[in-house]
Design a protein around this ligand. Sequence first.
Ligand code: UDP
Ligand code: MG
Length: 337
Amino acid sequence: MSGPFEVRLLSLVVPCYNESQSIGNFFDCVIPVLESIDALRFEIVLVNDGSSDDTLDKLITFSHRDARVRVVDLTRNFGKEAALTAGLDEALGDAVIPIDADLQDPPSLIPELVMRWREGAEVVLAQRSSRACDSWLKRVTADAYYRIHNKLSDQKLPVNVGDFRLMDRVVINALKQMPERRRFMKGLFAWVGFNTVIVPYEREPRIAGESKFSGWRLWNLALEGITSFSTLPLRSWTYLGSAIALLAFLYGTFIVLRTMVFGVDVPGYASVLSLLLFFGGVQLIGLGVVGEYIGRIYDEAKGRPIYLVKRRYQETRPQGGVSGGRKVVRLASAKRG
Ligand code: UDP
Ligand code: MG
């Protein structure tokens, strides 16, 4: 596809939410790595996901210094999945790599991802070889989650693979065709398929600041993943309901026969009450599951945009510096003067 003289463009997409403490280190690490790869131009798309600290100011400063860096400022915090979607929409590269701002996804792996891409892979997954830097609880729950998700849904998630990966332009274009509002990116990435290879790496602890994913946010992400990619929880009520109805029928028959043989037997308050409570609980769970899905339908039906861009920042003069010209992005401006 690419001739020997065609220099292709790589886009790095970085969602940033209150990353003031890590972003400087991020640039120090990532720029030399990208510059070391030959016959490759690059751009860095920074998405400011409604940070409440001075992240945006820092990002803008970087974009003024370096014409290959641009900033997309969202109107508020839309969450990582939406910020990532914004970045993928804005990226112009022949290949795109989403990467976290906290250096947990090692930039040193990028040359290898690019190498595999040049060898013909359309998706190059970076897979953590261990979760040693995560807490015991996170390891166990993540493990259980992957197992449950992959049992329930048709699209298997590769284990221990995050958003850090390289995707060819054809994959990005496929992703852009997916209209859903509620976006579970890992799942969408898996859904599109394409020719995929895996590169293992060791995940480091965060360099600065703290994780934005609390237990509750992770739980919601997990629910999002399952309800996005499986309707089994919804359909399972048919089977559970049938099984319970069958048991009830058998029990009913048993009571009728017993009454016919032994006569009328009034006591039974305890068994009636416990059955009543049990079925009440089962019905409420069923309603809850149906509610999850109706909520999703409601969200999709509203058809709101996934994110809103407040403003884009980019240095239009290649040398950077004095006036700090800002402009909506053009491909040529990603070139380094
Ligand atoms: N992030 C974001 N919006 C959010 C939460 C997180 O853009 O609402 C970004 C964050 O700045 C970082 C990446 O997503 O670049 C991963 O976040 P974090 O490191 O907190 O997650 P963890 O590594 O703990 O899973
Ligand atoms: Mg992190």
